[in-house]
Design a protein. Structure first.
Length: 191
């Protein structure tokens, strides 16, 4: 099975060794669970990217791979950009951008699409307007998933239950090795 992790620095595996990225954790778990199947997981995460940026690179970065499944995860950078550019990066615009990505992947490429909520952010030490924007983005993604009948994987809640001080790096946004391990485990249970 060919799987693409398409998104931002969370998909990329920011500041952890490749073997600790959620992609590699997921691959190891799937190989153990289904040893008779071949699993390929492609990294198409770009640190700092937004859903709007994803639209601009989806054909080049995902289309050529001909994946069976694409895990789409954008939102943390979009929410940050919304604080500076209210015209292009509202939660409603994010929903629009995610819908465009979905229609290209599902309707033109013909692959299955799973949306991933944003991961946890440090709600104690980060600005509250940013944290509120992240929540608004996740709500719009939840609505879109219902409207389009797309699987939505909630990463935020289980990571919050684990505790931000246990799963986040020093910046309060990016996951550490334990955070990526939890994400890989959550995703593996969906197969």
């Amino acid at each position: 099975m060919r799987i693409v992790a398409f998104g931002d620095s969370i998909a990329y595996g920011w500041d952890v060794a490749e073997k600790h990225s959620y992609r590699q954790v997921l691959k190891r778990l799937l190989e153990a669970k289904y040893p008779d199947r071949k699993w390929q997981i492609f990294n198409r995460g770009v640190p700092g990217d937004t859903a709007l940026g994803g639209i601009n690179r989806m054909k080049r970065d995902v289309g050529k791979i001909k994946p069976d499944l694409v895990l789409v995860g954008f939102g943390l950078n979009d929410a940050q950009m919304a604080l500076f550019n209210e015209r292009l990066f509202t939660p409603e615009k994010h929903k629009e951008y995610m819908r465009k990505i979905l229609h290209y992947l599902r309707d033109e490429i013909g692959c299955e699409v799973w949306f991933l909520t944003t991961t946890l952010v440090d709600e104690v030490n980060l600005p509250q307007d940013y944290c509120q924007m992240v929540a608004a983005y996740n709500e719009q993604l939840t609505q879109l998933s219902r409207e389009e009948k797309v699987k939505l994987i909630d990463l935020y809640t289980p990571l919050k239950e684990a505790g931000f001080d246990r799963v986040l790096q020093y910046d309060g946004v990016h996951l550490n090795e334990l955070g990526y391990q939890i994400v890989g485990e959550i995703l593996s249970k969906e197969f």
